[in-house]
Unconditional design. Structure first.
Length: 342
């Protein structure tokens, strides 16, 4: 049985940290009833709603559009997030076993289609609901007008998140949708999904079938690309998810900072294992930003700059360098079991 080489373990753990944090965001929201919308109706209005009429139809007919849109978006959000996390989990599990064609097939849906829907929901909830109700083709990634259209949308979103400059919108669009680029999941995922691809940039070689004959010898390059690129996209997904949920059920600042310490520490560790030929300026810039934030954050809280040992512990527990375990346990306990990250 094939097992994941140690050199990819830090990146694999980083991906799972991001996955687990997002999964717990969903669990937390469900346990706090954050996805349940309360609609205030008068007794007269309640009497007017027949048993056969759906509440959504009644709200629409009576021009209660904001209530209708809130119910629909709050119902869709946990469902699509749950589906995303299942796909990401199985993709990571497959990658750890060397099943890379399966891993690339599974990761395509969350980074292209599901994330696109989340972006639309974040940018304009009401327009998202209108399209979901009557024009679902506008929720397909192809509607944007190509990679440039995606870059424009992502730029707008990153500006709103105050992360434009830390993350590169052009690179995110390229990784997700540009099959003509050698540095893109789109081409690799298409090859993983189809035995034969005919587009010039990803055309199957003569006397070959995509992924079928790559065997064990092909695993290093497939692992290298997967684990050097996926954390970048998962971090972007995490930011989008966190800010969408912030509008519904705000998370404590202390918890968000705790998770950001874990993410930042593991990013730095994972970056140490990326082979030079798979390194990118975009990822280096992100890691540099996270490292600078982490050092400043530790100093602000009267803790020293973390060394490698500190980073390992921080990634596992969220603890500051040299922080007493009792202090860490007390802080984690304050979040409640719903916020535990596995």
């Amino acid at each position: 049985m094939i097992s994941l080489p140690e050199k990819y373990r830090s990146a694999h753990n980083l991906c799972f940290i991001l996955h687990d944090i997002m999964t717990q965001i969903i669990v937390s929201g469900e346990k706090s009833d954050a996805f349940i919308t309360e609609v205030k109706l008068s007794e007269e209005e309640i009497d007017l709603i027949s048993d056969e009429e759906h509440i959504i139809d009644w709200l629409k007919k009576n021009d209660r559009i904001n209530d209708k849109n809130q119910i629909i978006s709050s119902t869709v959000l946990p469902a699509i997030l749950s589906d995303m996390m299942h796909c990401i989990y199985e993709a990571l599990s497959s990658a750890s076993k060397g099943k890379m064609s399966v891993a690339y097939m599974l990761i395509r849906k969350p980074i292209q289609e599901s994330l696109f829907v989340l972006e639309e929901m974040y940018l304009d909830r009401d327009t998202f609901v209108i399209n979901l109700e009557s024009n679902q083709s506008y929720l397909e990634p192809k509607i944007t007008g190509g990679v440039k259209g995606h870059e424009k949308r992502i730029t707008k979103l990153l500006d709103s998140l105050s992360f434009n400059g830390v993350l590169d919108p052009k690179y995110i669009a390229q990784l997700r949708y540009d099959k003509s680029s050698n540095d893109s999941f789109d081409g690799v995922c298409n090859k993983a999904m189809h035995l034969f691809t005919t587009s010039n940039s990803i055309k199957t070689e003569d006397l070959n079938m995509n992924f079928i004959f790559s065997g064990v010898k092909g695993l290093p390059s497939q692992w290298n690309y997967f684990y050097s690129r996926l954390p970048y996209l998962l971090f972007y997904i995490y930011l989008v998810v966190e800010h969408i949920l912030e509008r519904i059920a705000p998370t404590s600042e202390q918890y968000i900072l705790d998770m950001m310490r874990r993410i930042s520490a593991q990013f730095i560790l994972a970056n140490l294992d990326i082979e030079e030929q798979y390194a990118t300026d975009e990822n280096d810039k992100l890691v540099s930003s996270l490292s600078a934030w982490l050092c400043e954050h530790c100093a602000e809280n009267d803790y020293p700059k973390p060394n490698i040992s500190d980073l390992t512990k921080m990634a596992e527990t969220g603890g500051f360098p040299k922080e007493a375990q009792e202090s860490i346990d007390k802080r984690v306990a304050s979040y409640g079991v719903v916020h535990e990250v596995v």
